[in-house]
Structure formats: structure tokens, C-alpha cells
Design a protein around this ligand. Structure first.
Ligand code: C2E
Ligand code: MG
Ligand code: MG
Ligand code: MG
Length: 280
């Protein structure tokens, strides 16, 4: 009986791990085809000046809906990172963002008045020549590097300090700004952060959500804001969902905000209309 039960456990374990491998393999294959066949989309979410509400830029966010069922980037980005697909996916995202800015400018008959932020994964930074990749996307689409902010996470700046400094400087040389995404959730070496050419700290949503009722969160946000000020960096709060939050953050000295208060991520056409309506 004991033996049979053990066998049962083993079978159960094997079956579930087989399912995990199979599901992962399924996602990987479908994701590869989606990238090759141009089935990925970008959504654009406004980032606004917290005191005036003016749109400064849009963050581009990858969207994938196989058979019209959306899969969150929280689920497919890690898969892409594990199997190396983050390199073609990241190239596609940068090219699509550059093409979108070119289209918006053409439609506006001049610079459309907003920049675009593009997420760059730490794995992508290790596996691809990101400065060359970005330069190629800019040249192909005839847009200037100063129209872009590149968002990196804290994990991107762990490792070889000289190599990372050079890569980030090469990105700055293209005219782009650099933002540290989800700041406060990683393990930044603060002394090192100071030596890197980072322009913006994006305060992670986990510190912003519920902040008005949580003194500890306010204390953390204040600390990040004074750190940014000391390092000469600007700040963006993620997850700004209410007017009260926007006002409080502005009073604390935070520069920009992003969140459902302003808008959910939008299609490229809807983002352009939103920008045009806000300018009027
Ligand atoms: P992120 O870069 O921190 O992007 C912000 C995420 O917060 C987005 O989720 C956005 O939809 C969500 N968000 C914005 N405002 C609010 C709000 O007020 N409340 C709440 N609850 N959520 C808000 P999304 O689009 O699901 O993306 C998740 C993450 O996936 C991104 O986090 C980013 O790390 C990654 N990601 C998305 N697109 C790309 C991409 O093209 N390349 C790379 N490397 N990563 C990407
Ligand atoms: Mg981001
Ligand atoms: Mg973020
Ligand atoms: Mg985040």
C-alpha cells in the first residue's frame, strides 16, 4: 500500500511538472510566432506633470492577445526573458515605439508634443547590443533619440559596473533619457546609482497604492524623493489613481505621475486623440 502511494505521488509530481513544461513550451512557441507575424501590439499610457496635469510622455507597454485572449506582460515577459525571445521582442518594441512617434509627428504636422518611454529588460541589456539596436530603430524611422526615455530596472545595473556605465552612456549619447523603473523594489547600490547617468526615478506602485492611509509608505516615498533630489534626478510616481494622491505627491515634490487617474494604457490612435484633446 505504502509503495503504491509513493508511486502515486511520483506520478502526480511527474504529471504536474510535465504540464508546466508543456504549457511553457506552448507559450514560447506561440510567442515566437506572434513576434514573427507582427501580432504584438503596443499600448500607450500617459505620464503627466503632477501639478499641471500636462502630458509629458507616454509609456509604451507590450500587448499580446492570442485568439483574442489577452495575456499579461507580467506573464509573457519572464517567459521571453527565459528563452531569449526578449531580444527580438525588445527590438520589435523599440521599432514600434519609434514608428509610432514618427506617425504621431506626421499626423500633427510637426513634433506631436510628447515623448515615448520604452521598457528595456535587464536580460535584453545583457544579450543584445542595446545602444546599436536603439540607434537602428531611430534611423529606420527617422526620429531623434531625444524623443525617448528608456526604462531600466534595478536588476539591469547589477553586475559589471564598467560595462554598465559604458552601455548607459552610449544610450545617453543618442539623446535619450534614462529612467529607473519600479524603484525601491530591487537592490540598488546607492553609491553606484549616483555614478550612473540616470535622469528619472520611477517610484514603484506598491509604495503609492494606499499611501494616503499609510505613514510608512509616505515615509518611504519622502525618502525616495529626497534621494532623487540629492542626486539631481526627476521623479515619476506609478499607480496614481486619484486626485488626492496626485495633489499629495505634487506637494511632496514629486514631478510626474502615471496611472488610471489620467488614463489606462491606450491604443496608438486613442493616445494621439487624447494628446490632441488635452492640448486644445
Ligand atoms: P511597468 O514598466 O512598471 O509598467 C507599468 C504597469 O503598471 C503597466 O502594467 C500598467 O498598465 C500598470 N499601471 C499603470 N497605471 C496603473 C494604475 O493606476 N493602477 C494599477 N493597478 N496599475 C497601473 P502592464 O502593462 O501589465 O505591464 C507590466 C510590466 O510588464 C511593466 O511594468 C513592464 O515591467 C513589463 N513590460 C510591459 N511591456 C514591456 C516591454 O515592451 N518590454 C519589457 N522589457 N517589459 C515590458
Ligand atoms: Mg516601465
Ligand atoms: Mg514601472
Ligand atoms: Mg511597475
Amino acid at each position: 500500500v505504502k509503495r503504491a502511494k509513493q508511486t502515486g505521488d511520483v506520478e502526480l509530481y511527474e504529471r504536474s511538472s510535465y504540464d508546466i513544461v508543456r504549457t511553457h513550451f506552448g507559450i514560447e512557441t506561440r510567442l515566437r510566432r506572434a513576434i514573427e507575424n507582427g501580432e504584438m501590439q503596443l499600448a500607450f499610457q500617459p505620464i503627466c506633470d503632477l501639478s499641471t496635469g500636462r502630458i509629458i510622455s507616454f509609456e509604451s507597454l507590450a500587448r499580446w492577445a492570442p485568439d483574442d485572449v489577452p495575456v499579461s506582460p507580467v506573464d509573457f515577459i519572464p517567459v521571453a526573458e527565459e528563452c531569449g525571445l526578449i531580444v527580438p521582442l525588445g527590438r520589435w518594441a523599440m521599432d514600434a515605439a519609434a514608428r509610432t512617434i514618427a506617425e504621431w509627428d506626421a499626423q500633427a504636422g510637426g513634433p506631436c508634443g510628447a515623448n515615448v518611454a520604452v521598457n528595456i529588460s535587464a536580460i535584453q541589456l545583457q544579450r543584445d547590443n542595446v545602444p546599436a539596436m536603439v540607434r537602428h530603430a531611430l534611423e529606420t524611422n527617422g526620429v531623434d533619440g531625444n524623443r525617448f526615455t528608456l526604462e531600466l530596472t534595478e536588476s539591469a545595473i547589477i553586475g559589471d559596473p564598467d560595462g554598465i556605465s559604458k552601455t548607459l552612456q552610449a544610450l545617453k549619447d543618442l539623446g535619450s533619457r534614462l529612467a529607473m523603473d519600479d524603484f525601491g523594489t530591487g537592490y540598488s547600490n546607492l553609491a553606484y546609482l549616483q555614478r550612473l547617468p540616470i535622469d528619472i526615478l520611477k517610484i514603484d506602485r506598491s509604495f503609492i497604492t494606499g499611501m494616503l492611509a499609510d505613514r510608512d509608505k509616505v515615509a518611504i516615498v519622502r525618502a525616495i524623493l529626497s534621494l532623487a533630489q540629492a542626486l539631481g534626478m526627476q521623479t515619476t510616481a506609478e499607480g496614481v489613481e486619484s486626485n488626492d494622491l496626485a495633489q499629495t505627491l505634487a506637494a511632496l515634490g514629486c514631478t510626474y505621475g502615471q496611472g488610471y487617474l489620467y488614463s489606462q494604457p491606450l491604443s496608438s490612435a486613442a493616445a494621439f486623440d487624447y494628446l490632441a484633446s488635452r492640448k486644445a
